[in-house]
Design a protein around this ligand. Structure first.
Ligand SMILES: [Zn+2]
Ligand SMILES: [Zn+2]
Length: 144
């Protein structure tokens, strides 16, 4: 049972980019967490997949370095925000179907969130050199 009091008392987590120029604060109130194996996520991070945690925009805020960030993507739609100094992907702005979510690459979190990735998505385009070794459900594309 989530009361208003419990919600507003959600733990605040900190995170940021590799060089420390950009920092953020986020409520530990994530809506979902997924491992995305799509080629865009793989290339953006240089990793086998990108663990993403979804959060409502009002639960997320940049606390330092926002003026030095650069954007990649559609300013009015889906775009990525990177640190202008080190280039780290700090968050993605997912504006579609009249809703907005912030997607945090979970590797940028300094504090541990209470949520963990619950599934693998876009496994149909995963890196052939990477073998998924856990028992989480796998989806060829995206499923919500
Ligand atoms: Zn940086
Ligand atoms: Zn992806």
């Amino acid at each position: 049972m989530n009361t208003e009091t419990e919600n507003s008392a959600a733990r605040r987590l900190h995170g940021g980019c590799m060089c420390g120029a950009v920092t953020y604060e986020v409520a530990d109130r994530f809506l979902y967490a997924i491992n995305c194996h799509c080629s865009k996520c793989r290339r953006t991070t240089g990793s086998a997949f990108k663990p993403i945690a979804g959060i409502a925009p009002e639960d997320f805020g940049i606390t330092a370095g926002s003026d030095a960030m650069f954007r990649h993507g559609d300013p009015d739609g889906i775009h990525d925000m990177h640190c202008g100094t080190c280039g780290s992907l700090v968050y993605s702005w997912i504006a579609e179907n009249d809703t907005v979510k912030v997607h945090l690459p979970m590797g940028t979190l300094i504090d541990a969130p209470s949520i963990k990735p619950s599934m693998h998505i876009f496994v149909g385009s995963k890196a052939p050199w990477y073998e998924i070794l856990d028992n989480l459900p796998q989806f060829d594309e995206f499923s919500d």
